[in-house]
Design a protein around this ligand. Sequence first.
Ligand code: HEM
Ligand SMILES: [Cu+2]
Length: 444
Amino acid sequence: HNMRAKGMGWGRMPLFVWSMLTYSYLLVAALPTIAAAATMLLTDRHFGTDFFDATGGGDPVLWQHLFWFFGHPEVYIVALPAFGIASAIIPTMARRPMIGYTYIVLAEMAIALIGFGVWVHHMFADGLPGLTLSFFSASSMMVVIPTGVQVFAWLATLVTGKPILRTSGLFVLGFIFIFVIGGLSGPMLGLVPFDQQVHDTYFVVAHLHYVLVGGSMFPIFGAFYHWFPKMTGRMMSETLGKTSFWLMFIGFNVAFFPQHILGLLGMPRRIYTYEAGLGWEVGNLISSIGAFVLALGVLFTVIAFVRSQRSGAPAGNDPWDGETLEWASTSPPPAYNFAAIPTIRSKEPMWDQPELHEQEQKPALGLELAEGHQVLITSVLDAKPQAIAHMPHANPWPFALTMALLVLAYAILLDAWLLAGVGAVGTLVGLAGWFWPSGETQET
Ligand code: HEM
Ligand SMILES: [Cu+2]
């Protein structure tokens, strides 16, 4: 709120930023549950508590509740940023503003909210009371509405625009296609009698790959092609990119569509090998072939990446004629992004404010950002520039902290108490180092 450009308000925020905002709240609300559950599991395993152990009066179903109370919101934590990526690429690709901006924002918030009320659909085969199942079946169906709103807004924007099909756009179209199929198997699983038949079969594996790979991996590849020129200043090869897309798209569907059928034929998941002669051989063979094609597709993107690093054409500030502000700065942008933060008067500033295409902007109130990690601090209500803050530089402490935590967690798992002590001390040192006042962060 106090670090924004003048004129930047709720109604002008890029949809990608909206999705990241919604995602952040979801993350903060969902993670404590899994942290608590994991700690309880740890004390069950090592310190003799019985939270989840029926022999000591605990309840394993409690574990499932806690896990899925985190787990279902988590699938939207994965999906929301990807929805935001799609909403960022689609207007640039369709050459027109997004249709239903407000509805997309509201839909994402609705998804985040409803997402907290559906977790029991992962426990339909537990033998819970019928009324419970009906409630969670109904709430699961509700998610379809805001998800549909988004899909139709994207499609309407594409249909009424003049789309230019680049690699990033192909990945977004692939995302919509695959995600919609996953969005169809989801509500099927939300039907209690159907789910009790296919729970823990490959039908669920097919569903989760359609929604997660389609809903997250494809948009992330699209984002990579869209923003790579901005991040590095070099273009990626469209030929390699499009080849990569088609191999990935075909490979993905060949790999995962047959798993729907395998699931309906009763093939259970979470087993590493199966007896021959159960009728699942052909489906699995096709699936394996698809997996290799998918991997080959990914390889093409790796090649495109390496080649572009070495010899990609210069990208310039705005290779796609994009509508949002990042295309006004150089590629790659300086650490402080803009020497003078521009004033925003539109949802698509780069299309509506020709002055943004000129190199030099006048600094507001003589506050010019010039070097390193500087940001402009503005007043909360009307974004008046007030001060320049110097943000800390990148340092190794957060990484050191994570490594120490990793050692600590594994040491406890393995009952290696000496190592656990080392990990604990390392964690404390990491925390102290990270938060030690460095004198770098200051306002002028
Ligand atoms: C209307 C939309 C959706 C509905 C009604 C739905 C419903 C379900 C149900 C009932 C299951 C449990 C199946 C079982 O184990 O028997 C399931 C599993 C799963 N869903 Fe969805 N789903 C939807 C959308 C999504 C989305 C958008 C994502 C991710 C972005 C997702 C990710 C998953 C995952 C990862 C699993 C597997 C969890 C496991 O390991 O058991 N679903 N879904
Ligand atoms: Cu779920």
